[in-house]
Write a protein that binds this ligand. Structure first.
Ligand code: RUB
Length: 267
């Protein structure tokens, strides 16, 4: 397998996961292959990923010059988000998060004495990546099965969640995020989305990636149909704010205005 195909296979199989890591690997792959067919292959690996799409569209005309520029953007955005996030979350806070978002992990690492509750994220257990990265950093983590989310949310002062896509209709993130944000809303736990603003999608709705049923159940009995959507959509009503490198936006309209002003001509 050549190195371009290896990157594609690692993205498809979730060896490389999370919007930011996918986009970084995807733009780097442009340095190896950037003909139309290869670009289309990259874009179709994870369909619910505007960050990958936006970064590729930004860099495709001149990869040698623009891939490093995209990577610089990711790096500087992450630094800013973690700084801004560390001002939003109070010291000694109990934080609930789901799945693995490198952006959320970067924010939590900047906090004073955080305690984290996180859910494991069936069927791929990306929650364990979060738990491992935070515990390696010396942060106390309580880890629960997904159906234990209510226990976690009730303990939390704040919920931090990543994003795969932000549209005017909602925030797309790992399956479960929608119920858990709804629950947080019910318990009056503020929900903040930590996201690079390049995850904005101008589409009204993003297609939700349906993954292989085998990830859920290898040999189900006949007549059992497995559904395995990778993401769901958090209604904006349940979101307190979006923390991006542009600041904290409590209203999606202000967020969209800011992205369009700052970046849209780039894509
Ligand atoms: C990962 C996931 C993450 C977002 C944000 O899903 O939903 O919360 O991608 O991550 P998957 P980041 O494991 O299916 O890719 O903040 O790292 O971009």
């Amino acid at each position: 397998m050549n190195s371009f195909d290896k990157i594609c296979s690692d993205i498809k199989s979730l060896k490389i996961q999370g919007a930011e890591n996918i986009a970084k690997a995807g733009v780097k792959a442009l340095l190896i292959m950037n003909d139309k067919k290869s670009i289309s292959k990259l874009l179709n690996l994870r369909p619910t990923e505007p960050l990958l799409r936006n970064a590729i569209n930004f860099a495709r005309s001149n990869p040698n010059k623009l891939v490093p520029a995209a990577l610089r953007h990711f790096h500087s955005a992450l630094n800013k988000i973690s700084m801004i996030g560390s001002k939003v979350v109070k010291p000694n806070s109990v934080i609930y998060t789901h799945c693995h978002s490198s952006t959320v992990v970067a924010v939590i690492k900047k906090l004073k004495n955080p305690i984290v509750y996180n859910t494991e994220t069936r069927p791929f257990f990306q929650g364990r990546i979060t738990a491992k990265q935070l515990s390696d950093y010396g942060i106390k983590v309580y880890h629960l099965v997904d159906s234990g989310a209510e226990v976690a949310v009730r303990k939390a002062d704040i919920m931090l969640i990543g994003a795969d896509a932000i549209t005017v209709n909602g925030v797309y993130n790992k399956i479960g995020s929608s119920i858990f944000a709804r629950l947080a809303y019910e318990y009056k736990v503020p929900v903040y989305v930590c996201s690079d603003s390049w995850k904005f999608s101008n589409k009204k709705y993003e297609k939700i990636e349906e993954r292989d049923s085998q990830e859920v159940w290898k040999n189900p009995p006949k007549n059992v149909n497995i559904l395995n959507p990778a993401f769901d959509v958090i209604d904006l009503k349940f979101i307190t704010g979006i923390i991006s490198e542009m600041g904290v936006h409590k209203d999606i309209k202000d967020f969209v205005k800011a992205v369009k002003k700052e970046y849209l001509e780039l894509f």
